[in-house]
Write a protein that binds this ligand. Structure first.
Ligand code: 5AD
Ligand code: SF4
Length: 362
């Protein structure tokens, strides 16, 4: 099979995609793929790196995902940021000219919680009308999504994690293992008008290349606006830790992540793709490699250290430089590859704009 030919065509069959992932160690192939993806990125979204200030609002979570360090049954010390602390993080982001923020937390489904978020969003919007707001607050019903959208958030990240339903069941305990519910929530947030972001974890126990290929096809067919994906990293305080020796080595989880970024850039062209922290946790040059493979978003963490140390989804995540240093190093890294930071820009997904906003077209 001549994959280079198919690379030129930019359309991949399942077989082509499987070939790409099976050839992860073929440098000639991977370099050609990354170059192609970078070219497409330049033509479709340019070389601005958009920053999203990540605010880890709360690590309270009702769910017990088997892989996650802040699952309900983990020993994590719980916190929810005070409103004034959230506002000061937003203020900081705004002064640093970051065009947008991401508010992330564990999943809580309750009316009190929904209202609290709505009020918080209204406050942020009234003080900082120009800042873009992304939410990553788990599965909610359409009404809640609608409320949050109307209160001023415009983007939502909800990872599908894996589209293999059996694997989805294996990595989630009973009660949280409803793949259909995840799908319903994803559709609902799109219907509510959000720029829809999803993603997966790479290197889960028993995840096959065929699964990754199906994940790619899912993201394409779901017509996502944004993608955030990264390697799975075992956390010792979780049930899945026992499988740490049967997952692919770190370097393979890194290369799978980079390959999927490149493929998604090539097939979807104008979406936003994040270079995630999990990738950087496994590879110090992860962010740069991700940008060179087609990513265009970085999410520097602006959560106050007092809270941040408790937001440990995976091992190694709590080791971090100060925010200022992190920003400087992102700037330097971007410059080293001829890219610029998109200061004061919300950096909307071109894809969302083209698809006409809330139209739901799967
Ligand atoms: N390794 C990598 N990613 C993880 N996430 C949660 N736990 C882990 C882990 N151990 C990711 C999930 C979730 C997002 C908020 O963090 O994909 O959707
Ligand atoms: Fe909760 Fe999200 Fe962690 Fe699952 S992945 S336990 S929903 S914070």
């Amino acid at each position: 099979m001549n994959v280079i030919y198919n690379l030129e065509n930019e359309t991949y069959t399942k077989k082509d995609l499987e070939y790409i992932f099976h050839s992860k160690d073929n440098r000639e192939m991977t370099d050609a793929l990354f170059q192609k993806a970078y070219q497409i990125k330049k033509e479709n979204v340019g070389t601005n790196v958009y920053l999203r200030a990540l605010i880890e609002f709360s690590n309270v979570c009702q769910k017990n995902c088997n892989y996650c360090g802040i699952r309900a049954d983990s020993g994590a010390k719980r916190y929810t940021m005070k409103e004034e602390d959230v506002l000061s993080a937003v203020d900081f982001a705004s002064k640093e000219r970051l065009g947008s923020i991401v508010i992330q937390s564990g999943e809580v489904q309750s009316e009190t919680h929904s209202k609290k978020i709505t009020e918080l969003l209204k406050k942020i919007k009234s003080k900082y009308p120009n800042i873009g707001i992304t939410l990553s607050l788990g599965e909610q019903d359409e009404e809640t999504y609608r409320q949050w959208f109307e209160a001023g958030a415009k983007r939502y990240l909800l990872r599908i994690e894996t589209t293999n339903k059996n694997l989805f069941k294996q990595i989630h305990p009973q009660g949280s293992d409803d793949y259909e519910a995840r799908l319903t929530a994803l559709k609902a947030l799109k219907t509510a008008g959000f720029h829809a972001g999803t993603g997966i974890m790479l290197g889960l126990p028993n995840q096959r290349i065929e699964d990754i290929v199906n994940d790619i096809i899912f993201m394409r067919d779901f017509d996502v606006d944004m993608i955030g994906l990264g390697p799975y990293i075992p956390h010792k305080d979780t049930p899945m830790y026992q499988y740490k020796d049967i997952i692919p080595p770190e370097k393979d989880r890194v290369i799978y992540t980079l390959l999927i970024i490149a493929v998604m850039r090539i097939i979807m062209k104008d979406i936003n793709i994040a270079a995630t922290t999990a990738l950087e946790t496994l590879d110090p040059n992860g962010k740069k490699k991700a940008l060179l493979a087609g990513a265009n978003i970085i999410m520097p963490n602006v959560t106050n250290d007092d809270y941040r140390n408790s937001y440990s989804l995976y091992e190694g995540k709590t080791k971090h430089p100060t925010y200022k240093n992190a920003l400087l190093s992102i700037e330097k890294m971007a410059e080293s590859i001829g890219e610029k930071i998109g200061y004061d820009m919300q950096g909307d997904s071109n894809h969302y704009i083209k698809r006409g906003g809330s139209r739901y077209n799967i």
